[in-house]
Design a protein around this ligand. Structure first.
Ligand code: IK2
Length: 471
């Protein structure tokens, strides 16, 4: 209708400007054209978009912008990237003018080279920059390319809940069928704080999700929104099932440097399993995804990557070559220089990959204390930059918040909190499949990759709230 209306307006302007004869002829052909446009509008949306056209991010971002809020919703830093990364970007923009031009489709050569050498050491693999690396438009681009390249009509993809919400639509857009398995919280003792490590997979349930149609499993460690860092034993369980059932593993490791309390991030692609030495190993069946946005606190640069064996990567190259081609050369050059710097400082106190988690552990702990003061019960994240908190106490005290009856409670709660308390969070049910949302509608997610002043502003709002609760 909007399209028809727009067309009618431009047609009217055109007819007003031309002479009477031309007006008659043009009027007839325009009306045919207009008719065709209206007929076409019967079905514009491709069927692959059926059921995925509503996006909660759009709704909550819009609502947040309408009120005076402290925004702890979307996961991006409100502080600058490190100086060396900013300088690298400035250098890329103002230096070699050829960085304004196309580069290689699968990545700017200095970037694919440093990714290969940096991650080759971490994953214990000889990585070929030309065969095992693809640079993408953010980790989003990496995920999309992987799904399009490998998931076929009717293929099943196992998704561990809670999951970064785009995994489901990406599976569906590729024609696949998402199969969900939830991490379940083990009850804590009275008064004890919950931790993301208490949320675990039931091995029997996980095994039961594999069928002859299972093509891939998607893993996310550290996990968004829970902050869970999968242990070696948990990864070995996933890996052995992938090996036994001949399944591809897509592992989203964008928060790999953001681990706390001495935790260690382990890449599933680096595991070697003795039990199945005769089968292709984890490197041979895994795509490992990373993001410069998360790595260097520069989410707007939109540089991501995928690393994997040639047998899988060649299909991603086909998709990428024929769709995006490559991501901006200057941003890739800045990431290359920043990674080269990190390689020199690796493991030392001067490394950003050492400094960032230390700083984020402090903001995490500040936020934990702050949310506890109003009766929100945090689930301590082992990694990522998100903190989920249990709102059950509010659910029992204020069960009837405005909103549709079938709208999960956490969504109504977040809307209420934005409007009445000026605080933005994200409802955790959006990270679940529809059938499982009702079991997880009493958690909300706060993002703590924020400047001290933002966290203080949050704390101020929470203290005012606490005073109201006391009154
Ligand atoms: N994978 C995960 C697990 C992510 O969290 C993200 C970024 N999401 O952050 C938004 C939020 O949850 O508030 C991505 C992939 C995408 O990364 P990139 O920005 O590099 O495309």
């Amino acid at each position: 209708m909007a399209l028809g209306g727009m067309f009618r307006n431009s047609a009217a302007i055109y007819l007003h400007l031309v002479g009477p004869l031309q007006r008659k002829k043009a009027g007839a052909s325009l009306s045919r054209c207009l008719h065709q446009t209206l007929t076409m509008s019967k079905r514009l949306q491709a069927r692959r978009l059926d059921g995925i056209d509503h996006n909660p991010w759009v709704e909550f971002t819009k609502l947040a912008s309408e009120y005076d809020t402290v925004n702890l919703g979307q996961g991006f830093p409100d502080f600058p990237p490190p100086d060396f990364a900013m300088e690298a970007f400035q250098h890329a923009v103002s230096g070699d003018f050829m960085l304004n031009q196309y580069t290689k489709a699968f990545g700017y050569p200095p970037l694919t080279k440093i990714l290969a050498s940096f991650f080759g050491k971490l994953l214990g693999q000889e990585i070929d920059p030309l065969k095992n690396v693809l640079v993408t438009v953010g980790a989003y681009g990496a995920l999309f390319t992987a799904f399009q390249a490998l998931v076929d009509e009717g293929d099943e993809v196992i998704i561990i809940e809670p999951f970064f919400d785009c995994y489901e639509p990406m599976t569906l857009m590729a024609g696949g069928r998402p199969v969900f398995v939830s991490l379940k919280p083990t009850p804590t003792k009275n008064g004890e704080l919950d931790s993301s490590s208490n949320w675990q997979l039931d091995p029997m349930e996980l095994a039961s999700k594999f069928t002859p149609r299972t093509k891939a499993l998607i893993l996310n460690t550290p996990n968004n929104p829970l902050g869970k860092v999968f242990s070696k034993a948990e990864l070995e369980l996933v890996a052995s099932l992938c090996q036994q059932q001949d399944v591809i593993c897509i592992t989203d490791e964008v928060y790999q440097w953001l681990v706390f309390d001495g935790q260690q991030h382990i890449s599933i692609a680096a595991l070697s399993l003795a039990l199945a030495a005769s089968l292709p190993g984890m490197w041979e069946r895994t795509l490992t995804i990373g993001s410069a946005g998360k790595t260097f606190s520069a989410t707007g640069w939109k540089v991501g990557w995928v690393l994997g064996p040639e047998s899988l990567m060649k299909h991603l190259y086909t998709v990428h070559q024929n769709s995006v081609y490559h991501c901006p050369t200057q941003a890739q050059a800045a990431v290359a220089q920043s990674l080269e710097r990190e390689q020199l400082h690796f493991g030392q106190p001067s490394s950003y990959f050492v400094q960032l988690p230390q700083a984020m552990q402090r903001t995490r702990d500040y936020m934990i204390r702050s949310v506890q003061s109003v009766g929100l019960r945090p689930v301590i994240p082992q990694g990522s930059y998100f903190l989920i908190t249990d709102i059950s106490d509010f659910k029992s005290k204020m069960p009837d918040l405005p909103g549709a009856v079938d709208e999960p409670y956490d969504r109504r709660f977040v809307k209420w909190m934005i409007k009445n308390k000026g605080l933005v969070a994200i409802p955790v049910s959006i990270f679940y499949s529809v059938p499982h949302q009702k079991h997880f509608d009493h958690y909300i997610r706060f993002c703590f990759v924020k400047d001290e002043s933002t966290l203080q502003a949050m704390d101020k709002k929470l203290q005012e709230w606490k005073d109201e609760l006391r009154a």
